[in-house]
Structures are given as C-alpha cells and as structure tokens.
Design a protein around this ligand. Structure first.
Ligand SMILES: [Zn+2]
Length: 101
C-alpha cells in the first residue's frame, strides 16, 4: 500500500513502511526539499531519538516485565517531540507548496 503526500493535490505517494516504521502520511521528495534545513534536521534528530528510545525501552520492558513511570514519561516526551517536529514539517511543506502543485 502507498501513502499519499500530505500536501493537498500532490499526487505523489510513498511506501507505508520505511525504516521499520509504519507511516500513515508522508511528505514526498519534492515537497520535503521545500522545508527549511533546520526544520528537516530537527525532525530527523527527533525521530532518531524516538526510535532509539523505543528500542531501548523494548529491551528494558522485556527484561523487567514492564516499565517504570519515568520510562513511560520518557517515551511519551520523545514521542511528542517527534510528532511536533513532523507537524512543523507538514505545515511548512503545505505552506510553501501554496500555488504549486
Ligand atoms: Zn508532495
């Protein structure tokens, strides 16, 4: 299954699964390049941190048969950070794509 680009009227799609992660929306290469370098970098590092935390916590969870409140809070905060960084990319891609399709 292919996932559509978040930019309205953009006909491009991307793979649903990438880097072992499932996506429900993507930003295609053309629109990705319209986003500022800083916003892109921020998104990449937030996701890297999120994936690394997920991996760490999975190991801890399997070993300790559960997570502490602090670990769950850590997960929630890196996840929120990743989501926020994605929303910023999305907003910028849509804004900058205005008029171009
Ligand atoms: Zn697009």
């Amino acid at each position: 299954m292919r996932v559509p680009c978040v930019v309205p009227f953009c006909k491009r799609t991307g793979p649903q699964k990438w880097n072992d992660h499932e996506y429900t929306e993507i930003i295609c290469g053309d629109h990705w390049r319209m986003i500022s370098m800083e916003t892109r970098k921020n998104k990449l590092s937030a996701y890297r941190k999120y994936f690394a935390t997920c991996r760490d916590l999975e190991v801890i969870e399997a070993k300790n048969d559960g997570l502490t409140t602090e670990q769950i809070e850590l997960y929630n905060s890196v996840r929120a950070e990743a989501e926020t960084s994605w929303l910023k990319c999305k907003a910028q891609a849509i804004e900058r794509a205005g008029g171009i399709s």
